[in-house]
Write a protein of this length. Sequence first.
Lengths: 114, 112
Amino acid sequence: EAGVTQSPTHLIKTRGQQATLRCSPISGHTSVYWYQQALGLGLQFLLWYDEGEERNRGNFPPRFSGRQFPNYSSELNVNALELEDSALYLCASSGQEPSYNEQFFGPGTRLTVL
Amino acid sequence: DQQVKQNSPSLSVQEGRISILNCDYTNSMFDYFLWYKKYPAEGPTFLISISSIKDKNEDGRFTVFLNKSAKHLSLHIVPSQPGDSAVYFCAASDPGTYKYIFGTGTRLKVLA
């Protein structure tokens, strides 16, 4: 069974640009979560999508946004990039009861903002 | 304010000995806890979980203990193996929001 996939693996942008990160969940999973892991920090919750809708978001500014498509894949968009947005962005998916199912993570996209 | 804390950023243990990784949380409403292991350049992988209605869960070499009164959980790895060397994250599920809140991780190094 294929796991969670993310693309691209690495992304280099400059300040002020926009970045788009993509995630495909495990087949059958309807929930997708996005996390940011900045250097020296733990995983910070960004966004949760389920059945195409945003269910919850973490303490991040509105320039972090995303969407979930009918096939349950997801995009994370970061507008007006800032240097401190440089981080590993991880996507995870889970089944229909997210509070009791484990989240399965993808390998991440490393975003570097110059 | 960090709701899930892993106060030891790193831990070194001799192969064959016990590794104990600790995690503290502040929100008594958290009802489910998980441990993830992360190797460099890979996403975290699920290791073991525990519901708040239990105080212990065991899976092979891995045992998680939950002390609700102290708001503390720990992961025991016995015996430790060099392949266990990784960063370990504990996470807590917030039942009201379905968020998973992670600690900052503990880097475990098992010495051969």
